[in-house]
Design a protein around this ligand. Structure first.
Ligand SMILES: Nc1ncnc2c1ncn2[C@@H]1O[C@H](COP(=O)(O)OP(=O)(O)OP(=O)(O)O)[C@@H](O)[C@H]1O
Ligand SMILES: O=P(O)(O)OC[C@H]1O[C@H](OP(=O)(O)OP(=O)(O)O)[C@H](O)[C@@H]1O
Ligand SMILES: [Mg+2]
Length: 289
């Protein structure tokens, strides 16, 4: 049975459970449940603090986990990134009061408050900057106002928290984060499972990839005159190749192709201008490509 770590609370918890549900897995119904067995799929889910998930997966005590890239780097865990799950996007950045520090060079010799000391120390070491890292649990933006630090390093999503604290970002992002599926690469991990576990992991990855594709793409269907088919299918090449079926109406064909959800309105306008009609968009619930 595969054992998988899922965030129990915070930003990652509900989108992670939602994605697993969409991939066909059973999830807990009570917020306080710590374990959920999915007998049908032969998987057991453990609900853990997202910060601890890289540790459990890195040690091999759990097979897979969902956590943020910043949390994975912070833990210094040997777990590998298996799949970017496309949610909980954020960057991890330095910030300070703009009247004090505005460039990364000026961080040397200063006090940096963060709840991600692993990420910050790695960055400082790689860039040859000597600074004093102060570990705090959260609300680090307050550390400057309270005189505990000169610089903060924290997760920035909208930037609203920094603005409210009167702080401005310094330099480029230290890293760009999003939710990941993490695990031990079966090619390099001799300790658990063997072929059966590797194929179970591959199946779970395929299911999650199916959800990602279903979220990004829609199915577009339309009718077009056969002599315009080449031009129309240039607009809708599909992923492999569009499906073209005969229509009862002489000289016309029906076309079906997957298109990016973000492009669908532009493509529909272009197809209409070309002469296509009965242009229909439908959602994809799931897929295996
Ligand atoms: N606006 C955000 N605030 C915090 N974390 C975010 C945000 N957007 C994305 N994330 C990502 O979510 C993960 C942090 O989740 P975590 O549950 O540890 O913190 P949280 O959501 O701030 O919860 P809490 O601080 O209440 O424990 C990180 O990978 C982070 O990059
Ligand atoms: O750029 P924004 O959209 O404002 O989001 C980023 C902020 O949200 C998080 O704080 P959270 O509310 O989780 O509090 P915490 O610092 O106590 O974890 C994070 O630590 C930043 O402070
Ligand atoms: Mg937080």
């Amino acid at each position: 049975m595969l054992r998988i770590a899922v965030p129990n609370k915070g930003t990652l918890a509900s989108p992670a459970a939602e994605m697993l549900r969409e991939a066909g897995y059973r999830q807990r119904t009570e917020q306080r449940d710590l374990v959920c067995r999915d007998e049908v799929n032969d998987v057991e889910f453990f609900y853990l603090r997202p910060r601890d998930i890289a540790t459990y997966v890195g040690s091999g005590d759990l097979d897979l986990g969902i956590t943020g890239r910043d949390l994975l780097v912070d833990a210094g865990s040997p777990a590998d990134e298996l799949l970017d799950l496309g949610f909980a996007g954020a960057s991890f950045r330095f910030a300070a009061h703009p009247s004090t520090i505005t460039t990364v060079d000026q961080i040397g010799g200063r006090r940096v408050a963060t709840s991600f000391p692993g990420v910050v120390n790695r960055y400082l070491a790689e860039n040859g900057i000597a600074a004093d890292v102060i570990r705090l649990d959260g609300a680090v933006e307050n550390a400057i106002r309270l005189g505990v630090a000169d610089v903060v390093a924290d997760v920035v999503e909208t930037g609203a928290t920094l603005r409210q604290a009167g702080l401005a970002v310094i330099g480029d992002p230290i890293l760009t984060s999003s939710a990941l599926l993490i695990g031990r690469d079966p090619a390099t991990d001799g300790r658990r499972g063997g072929a059966v576990a590797a194929s179970a992991v591959a199946q779970l990855v395929r299911r999650l990839q199916g959800v990602l594709v279903a979220r990004r793409y829609v199915m577009l269907a339309y009718d077009v005159r056969a002599d315009l088919l080449e031009q129309a299918t240039m607009l809708t090449p599909g992923i492999e190749s569009p499906t073209v079926s005969p229509l009862h109406r002489e000289g016309w064909v029906a076309v079906q192709a997957m298109v990016l959800r973000s492009d669908v309105h532009k493509i529909m306008d272009e197809l209409y201008d070309l002469g296509a009609r009965a242009i229909l968009v439908t959602g994809i619930h799931n897929c295996r490509l």
